[in-house]
Design a protein around this ligand. Structure first.
Ligand SMILES: [Cu+2]
Length: 150
């Protein structure tokens, strides 16, 4: 009698263990589910961060460029805007300086200096092409000693 009672209790303990295991498994599955949800959220955040840093990659700076008039302005700005990655180029006829905005993953400031110089205009880093200078209208034949960044 005693023996069978003990056996019965033992069986009950086993049953308890089994249901505990089931509850544990459910808890683990739920935890895994939560983790994967969190991972998805993380990925979305990372994508957003990349998009933001792409906008930050636009570089704004200015440098000196020699020139005389409105025709110079359009030639200089056209040359700068012709560089891939440049989104804005504004030359100031009084200050003899250009403001440029560009994507520094696509170009760099020296490429812009060279493009302007190729159109015949001196920049503070690159001397303008003599060939292109000869072809400029007489009103645009600026003084090579002119002070830039006034
Ligand atoms: Cu001019």
């Amino acid at each position: 009698m005693n023996f069978s009672k003990k056996n019965h209790e033992h069986k009950n303990k086993n049953a308890n263990n089994v249901s505990k295991k089931v509850i544990l498994s459910i808890a683990v599955i739920a935890a895994l589910g939560l983790t994967s949800c969190k991972n998805e959220t993380k990925k979305e955040t990372e994508t957003t961060t990349i998009e933001v840093s792409k906008e930050i990659a636009m570089t704004d700076l200015s440098f000196g460029v020699r020139g005389n008039c409105g025709m110079c302005k359009s030639t200089i700005e056209k040359a700068a805007n012709g560089v891939e990655g440049v989104s804005k180029a504004t030359w100031d006829v009084d200050k003899k300086k250009i403001d440029v905005s560009f994507d520094d993953t696509k170009t760099d400031v020296m490429t812009i200096h060279k493009a302007i110089a190729a159109s015949g205009y001196d920049t503070e880093k690159v001397t303008g092409s003599e060939e292109a200078y000869k072809d400029l209208p007489s009103c645009c034949k600026y003084d090579h000693e002119m002070t830039m960044n006034q």
